[in-house]
Write a protein that binds this ligand. Sequence first.
Ligand code: FES
Length: 577
Amino acid sequence: MLSRPRRRPDQLRSSRFFAPDDLRSFGHRSRQKQSGFATEEFSGRPVVAILNTGNDLISCHAHFRQRVDDIRRGIWQAGGFPVEVPVLGLSETFMKPTSMFYRNLLAMETEEVLRAHPVDAAVLMGGCDKTVPALLMGALSADVPSIVMPGGPMNRSRWRGRTLGSGSDVWRCWADRQAGRLSCADWSDLEDHIAPSAGHCMTMGTASTMTSLAEAMGMCLPGAASIPAVHAAHARMAAATGRQAVELAWHDVRPSQILTEAAFDNAIAVLMALGGSTNAIVHLLALAGRAGVPLPLEKFDAVSHDIPVLANLQPAGTYVMEDFFEAGGLPGLMARIRDRLHTDAVTVAGQSLGQAVAEAPVYDEDVIRLPDSPVARHSLAVLRGNLCPDGAIIKTAAASDHLLQHTGPAIVFSDYADLKKRLDDPRTQITPDHVMVLQNAGPVGGPGFPEWGMLPLPKSLLEQGIRDLVRISDARMSGTSFGTCVLHVAPEAAVGGPLALVRDGDRICLDVPARRLDVQVDEAELTRRRHAWQPPPKRFSRGYGRLLETEITQACDGCDFRFLEADGSVTPDPDIF
Ligand code: FES
């Protein structure tokens, strides 16, 4: 990859801002000097933007201030000029209605920040769920040399003799609390232990999945995604990432050269071996849409059929990311599926993926399993049927085997507010045979595609020890969630998809082996209901919400904005203006 010739200083993009003897460049140079830098410190050197998604409301990135300094150190060492540029932090825990509502906003900000400024390369600092896909989408569209610095998972937490997984154990303990098995004091004590350090969720949730896929696609240094956030190795990795960003600038290695069809194939293979989050499907579809790489939904099903889950990580398995790191991390896992990867795919590290994972050891075979003793045979399945003509997803590795073929009567909630209001109403009468249906929780209906897909179970069933039911929605679910939850139903109810037509008592048939999801209502009746259907009122008359409501694509297309997908045209570089 770095066999591409090294550019001369006058070929750097930033030289177009700093080098000319004209009035505009005088302004650029004089204002850089205003910041206290002499000409020789910034001119003729690669300017590397550090895109920092840290802020005080994104606790998963609490260590980013220090990491910015570590990255700066690396950039200076390699002869570059570091500039920190804060960008929107997408806090999974603090943003409403959902951080996914704002993923495309960060993607747009990333693209325009890189395009507008004198930037030769970028370090993309991401971790918490939507930050990495958003940064990658924006960097790919700007096509400025970029490298991801994965934020790293938080430390393992021990509580009352057992390992806690952020996310997964919250759901489990909440169910216990609802069932009266966990006291108020226990719940409060759990609050003190569930998130023991800086770093993103330490299970194989969306954050660990997306940082791992960034590495599998060649967008960060080998091994970087598995390093715990507060480990000293993480600071060293950050500095090395800064050094490598300077190399990328000199050699003009762009995301479009890394994010090829082979890179997407590698990401999907690794997603399955990790038993990763279903959210990754949406993000990879969006990224593929920007890359112009064809990516049919069925490809995920086909790869899932071929590659078993080897990472024994919560929520599908037992361990957490710190165990994974100590067991050999992502390079160890990728070495195990080496024959399923495009090993000649190039990476930002200056070597092929095959070179990056060659001979990578595995130190614990219970954490990173051999293919003949997997955690689960398959990770997920893509469903089609009259309820989801454009597809739906089920994470089979986190579902109950006995529910994978199930037919039962629907109990329908028209939106999330209706679910909250009626869930525990004795008149609602949910039985273990029921199929719970949540409408209007998709990309438009949510709005913003919230993580409501693991519908809560009613207290009456929890008290009986029932922990799972078939649940269907057009929502997503957290990567840390589990259960027999059919997700991403497309088209969604809010745009008139068949999910909007389901009524209480309709028989719904889920048949995962046959990849089918159907409502057993005759076509004439569905047509009658379709004609009577009224779209929910629009929520936004202005602002970003209106943009999202009018432009967001469906789950099967990645939920990007239509006007941001690749259309073969080239956006003009602003320095022509
Ligand atoms: Fe940030 Fe889970 S809350 S990754």
